[in-house]
Ligand binder design. Structure first.
Ligand SMILES: Cc1ncc(C[n+]2csc(CCOP(=O)(O)OP(=O)(O)O)c2C)c(N)n1
Ligand SMILES: [Mg+2]
Length: 315
């Protein structure tokens, strides 16, 4: 990876962290009525993954964080307008935090019903293959979501049809308050790839070189017509499942506690690997950018109920 790419990955991940901290404040004061799933701890891996792909490769993202969109250069004010249900969002403010969609940037959305992404992603990959675009579709999902039935359907068909698809699991060891050890049959989700005849690779999410290289290999393979890959990135969820999560299951004696899932004391922030002097340089101007975006969001009207029937497809 060249130094420019490394800087971009660091900058995007740092911006996502700072931005989400500000969004969290706006949620707590009620200005943004979002059910926010903080990406803290997972941003660096997400940004390294996307840096290894082309900017127009279609992606179905997971629900954790905003780095996916920031990495695709979606303006912060657009994201805020989506979250605050205001005009100026990608969906004219109708989608909220879960449904940010910008097809030109390859941002195709997510399925609020976990698992939907797998089959939609396989369909997108099928379309790219048929159209001969050379694009690779990536589907981000969590370890908990890997237990959905659609994972099986999509993985099997993608392998059979040699679809240009990357299944990218962000394994943070948790599905809400449930540790992976009591919900998932394998320690490494990537082991499941063998059952579908595709490569399955485990990679440390804090090692951005390893993440970047692994995704680059999978993308080259997909573009060459050799089919899908399953990549499992081991990541740390530094915060609760969502903003309002008190995490008693992590801290209290009643929860699964250390051993079953990541314990509080074991948590290491991947952003701490960035040299403090470099970090300060990269973060310069962040607060001004974020506050300008907040001001723009506040200046936009809340989406009117009168528009509710627009853009609705009725056969
Ligand atoms: C079909 C379905 N079941 C349950 C939920 C509620 N839900 C939202 S996030 C989540 C946890 C998912 O865990 P994981 O896939 O590991 O992602 P993480 O939150 O850890 O990033 C659950 C159960 C949902 N959205 N859809
Ligand atoms: Mg998880």
């Amino acid at each position: 990876m060249d130094e420019l790419t490394r800087r971009r990955i660091f900058t995007t991940a740092l911006l996502a962290r700072r931005f989400e901290d500000r969004v969290a404040q706006l949620c707590l004061t009620g200005e943004i009525p979002a059910n926010l799933h903080l990406g803290a701890g997972q941003e660096l891996a997400q940004c390294a993954v996307l840096a290894a792909l082309r900017p127009d490769d279609p992606m179905l993202y997971g629900h954790r964080g905003t780095a996916y969109w920031i990495a695709r250069d979606l303006p912060l004010e657009t994201i805020l307008c989506d979250m605050a249900y205001r005009e100026g969002g990608t969906n004219r403010g109708k989608g909220g935090v879960m449904h940010v969609i910008d097809a030109a940037r390859g941002i195709l959305g997510e399925s609020g019903s976990l698992g939907g992404n797998f089959v939609i992603g396989a369909g997108v990959a099928y379309a790219e293959q048929r159209l001969g675009t050379g694009r690779v579709c990536i589907v981000f999902f969590g370890d908990g979501s890997a237990n959905r039935g659609q994972f099986h359907e999509a993985a099997n068909y993608a392998a059979v049809a040699r679809l240009p698809l990357i299944l990218l699991c962000e394994n943070n060891g948790w599905g809400m308050s449930v540790p992976a050890s009591v919900s998932t049959s394998v320690v490494d989700i990537a082991d499941r790839a063998a059952g579908y005849g595709m490569p399955g690779i485990v990679v440390d999410g804090s090692d951005i070189d390893a993440v970047f290289d692994t995704v680059a290999v999978a993308a080259a393979r997909a573009r060459a017509g050799d089919g899908p890959s399953l990549i499992e990135v081991k990541v740390t969820r530094l915060r609760g499942h969502w903003l309002g999560d008190r995490e008693s299951y992590r801290r209290g004696a009643s929860g699964p506690g250390p051993g079953a899932g990541p314990s509080d004391t074991a948590l290491v922030d991947p952003l701490d690997q960035i040299d403090p002097v470099l970090r300060e340089e990269l973060e310069r101007g962040f607060d001004e950018r974020i506050e300008a975006a907040v001001a723009t969001m506040r200046s936009r009207p809340v989406v009117s109920a009168d528009t509710a029937r627009e853009s609705v497809f009725v056969p």
